[in-house]
Design a protein. Structure first.
Length: 407
């Protein structure tokens, strides 16, 4: 059992690595096909039913690509489907959500100063909110609002802003930001699984049966694909936000989250306009800079604590009662708390890294596993060993952690 923490950490790393790899594949194909679609040209040499074509050069060769809005006159023998990148990204992301936030609900998901609920209730709220996000989004797309691109985007922005606020009323700031990423990524992946791929399969089945497929299937799939394109950059931000307390541990974190959607959409608009050969809307970069400055200003407002300074997690008691707790606590206070506190004393550190506070008995016990992994089993902390933690002190932290696990 004492080495289970190491196994669990490597399991988390494997899930995260898989998530990053598959996300790169999905985002890459999404960006490429949107750029390709926007760059298509109509030429006199196009065959019947072809919508446009594009010549590209890459890797020492030339590519000639044509797009059919419905389908060509014949179905090619080999047809490549782009779906597994999306599915694998969502599945690996959900596994990571389980490993980090559901199993570690006491520490990373629940802030009992915000909402004091059992772990199982917080997990149900998490899963339910993610499912609700897709249902509301899909309803909006299929409603009369969905016929207006501008109206739909305004409605979707309102939903995302409302959810950003709601998550900060339910979870820790870190979990709230992460859930905005999961909420949005679920919409994106469900678009692929529930709309884009099924519509494409209907078109293929119709072609095989000798029917002319209805063009609305392709139109709907393209709309959802464009939504995915504009939501991608905000999702990347939310997935990285757990490393930056200035984004998630401030009073205005929900406004920051909503502004990130505007920021991402504006940046994508510049790229999409360029790819469509409609000029360079330089105003987008000015707007993006202004929004970023506004976000930075909002982050300088009142900070939110980690919510666990006075409340012990369900698993903290064994570490508080462990034989070596007093010595381990003194080591942490001596070597770690000058940075991991509400008002860091170390020059250049303005906020506790990842908003982890290690300046009291309860918070130290709450973070026993992380302390052992970061400063006991490994030498990750203190960074560069700037506080001169000794090998004996690292061994002490491991011994303390093992005592707590054994109880």
């Amino acid at each position: 059992m004492t080495d289970f923490a190491i196994f669990w950490e490597w399991l988390s790393f494997a899930a995260r690595w898989t998530h990053v790899i598959t996300a790169i594949a999905w985002i890459g194909s999404s960006f490429y096909f949107i750029a390709l679609d926007l760059g298509l040209r109509k030429t006199p040499s196009l065959p019947p039913l072809a919508h446009g074509e594009e010549w590209q050069v890459h890797g020492g060769g030339f590519y000639h690509i044509r797009k059919y809005l419905v389908a060509p006159e014949f179905l090619p023998e080999h047809l490549t489907w782009f779906k597994w990148e999306s599915y694998a990204t969502w599945l690996s992301g959900f596994v990571l959500l389980v490993i980090v936030y559901y199993v570690g609900a006491d520490l990373f998901l629940i802030d009992r100063h915000v909402l004091d609920v059992p772990n199982w209730a917080a997990i149900l709220i998490s899963v339910g909110s993610i499912i609700l996000g897709w249902l509301v989004y899909d309803w909006l797309c299929k409603s009369p609002i969905g016929n207006s691109t501008g109206g739909l985007m305004v409605a979707l922005f309102a939903v995302l802003t409302a959810m950003a606020w709601a998550y900060t009323q339910l979870f820790t700031g870190r979990a709230a930001m992460l859930h905005m990423g999961a909420f949005t990524a679920t919409i994106m992946s469900a678009n692929v699984f529930m709309i884009i791929i099924p519509n494409q399969k209907i078109v293929v089945a119709g072609l095989k049966a000798g029917r002319v497929p209805d063009a609305r299937y392709g139109k709907t799939a393209k709309q959802r694909s464009l939504h995915n394109n504009y939501l991608t950059l905000p999702v990347i931000f939310f997935m990285l936000s757990s490393h930056y307390p200035l984004a998630f541990a401030t009073q205005w974190n929900w406004i920051i989250a909503s502004l990130i959607f505007l920021e991402g959409a504006i940046i994508r608009h510049w790229f999409n306009t360029r790819h469509a050969r409609k000029g360079s809307p330089h105003w987008t970069w000015l707007a993006a800079i202004v929004i970023f400055i506004l976000i930075a200003w909002l982050s300088s407002g009142p900070k939110l604590g980690d919510g666990r300074g006075e409340i012990a997690s369900a698993s903290a008691a064994p570490y508080l009662n462990a034989e070596h707790f007093a010595a381990a606590r003194d080591t942490v206070l001596t070597r770690c708390s000058m940075c991991h506190t509400a008002d860091p004393a170390w020059e250049g550190v303005h906020q506790a890294p990842k908003d982890v506070h290690l300046d009291g008995d309860i918070v130290i016990a709450n973070h026993a596993r992380e302390i052992a992994l970061q400063a006991g089993y490994s030498h990750a902390m203190p960074p560069g060993n700037v506080t001169d933690m000794t090998e004996q002190e690292r061994a002490l932290l491991v011994a303390w952690y093992r005592e707590g696990v054994a109880q």
